[in-house]
Design a protein around this ligand. Structure first.
Ligand code: NAD
Length: 320
């Protein structure tokens, strides 16, 4: 099978790593990198010995099979449509778009041009999340914390679309149930939109999820904790660790400390780099013309919920 000819559009903080990984993946030829900023083009050219281009158009003219779109979210629709119209399969970073209408036009264009559209919900390729998904039976209560210091990037959208959307995608995947109520609050600190947000979601299954996201935190934390009838599963996304706490079988003897009757077992986790697994999965879908795990439609579900949460924040009496 000939190498898949790949390009990267947007070689900023994350696009640099897309280029690094494509450069090393078997069966892939990194044809070029496009970025409107000279210093980012120079860095990619020096580190990856690859041709660089000032515009997406110039890169697309080299003839690509597939491309990563890693530009700011407000540009995703324009750049993705340009690539799909050129007949190129697209992996666009998350969130798919800043609004549902844009995302719908993107999924419709992929359909129209018969090209694949994958969206970079990277946590689904995190070995910890893959292990967690297999271990769960019936989540009753979910607690997510995604906190980080102010990045100075990604602030073209609120923290709900920037950070919380990772957890919304994972929570939707593990609850497999419809959201029936939303109660959210958010506060802007350094940017125009929310920099901290919290939401309580209730699902038709009865499960409740409480998610907190902040991009103005002094410390970094990325955790999802899930409570089931007989187990508590604690996952650290960054450390790629999953611990399962269970009550040991049998009755607790009178007078003993019940906490001593809890077993704590780590799950086996594949600790490979999630971005590498995500890009490898995209290339495999291109080679086999197979629908990606995180298709445009899947990403639209998370985006619709994220936008409902933003609307709910704005509708709170104390807002503004
Ligand atoms: P960034 O600002 O560091 O990089 C964006 C780059 O795109 C810049 O170098 C800019 O010059 C370039 N660019 C902008 N418009 C362009 C265009 N039309 N053509 C060519 N180049 C263009 O931003 P970033 O942090 O790398 O984020 C990029 C995207 O990746 C965002 O959508 C963000 O949400 C997403 N992201 C995802 C994750 C994740 O965990 N999956 C993490 C970080 C960022």
């Amino acid at each position: 099978m000939p190498d898949i000819r790949v390009g990267v559009i947007g070689a900023g903080h994350l696009g640099y790593h897309h280029a690094r990984i494509y450069k090393s993946l078997p069966g892939v030829k990194l044809v070029g990198v496009a970025d409107s900023r000279l210093e980012r083009r120079n860095l990619a050219a020096a580190d990856f010995q690859v041709d660089v281009f000032e515009s997406a158009e110039a890169l697309l003219s080299k003839g690509l099979d597939a491309v990563s779109v890693v530009t700011p979210t407000i540009t995703h629709e324009e750049v993705t449509l340009q690539c799909l119209r050129a007949g190129v399969h697209v992996l666009v970073e998350k969130p798919i778009a800043p609004n549902v209408e844009s995302a719908e036009r993107m999924t419709a264009a992929a359909e129209e041009h018969q090209r694949l559209l994958q969206v970079g919900h990277i946590e689904r390729f995190n070995g910890a999340v893959m292990a967690l998904e297999k271990a769960l039976r019936r989540p009753r209560f979910i607690e997510c914390h995604r906190l980080s210091p102010f990045p100075g990037r990604g602030v073209d959208v609120s923290v709900v679309l920037d950070l919380m959307i990772h957890d919304l995608d994972v929570v939707l995947a593990i609850t497999k149930s419809e959201v029936v109520s939303i109660d959210a609050v958010g506060v802007p600190v350094f940017s125009e939109s929310e920099d901290i947000a919290n939401v309580r979601l209730r699902f038709a299954s009865g499960c409740v999820a409480n998610l907190t996201s902040s991009r103005v935190s002094l410390e970094k934390m990325r955790k999802i904790r899930i409570f089931e009838d007989n187990a508590y599963v604690s996952t650290d996304y960054s450390a790629q660790e999953v611990l399962v706490y269970r009550k040991k079988p049998g009755a607790i003897p009178a007078g003993s400390n019940p906490m001593e009757h809890i077993s704590i077992d780590p799950l086996d986790v594949c600790k490979d780099e999630p971005l590498k697994l995500e890009l490898a999965a995209f290339i495999e879908c291109v080679q086999e013309n197979r629908r990606p795990l995180i298709s445009g439609e899947e990403a639209l579900r998370a985006l619709r919920l994220a936008r409902q949460i933003e609307d709910n924040i704005k509708a709170q009496p104390a807002h503004g």
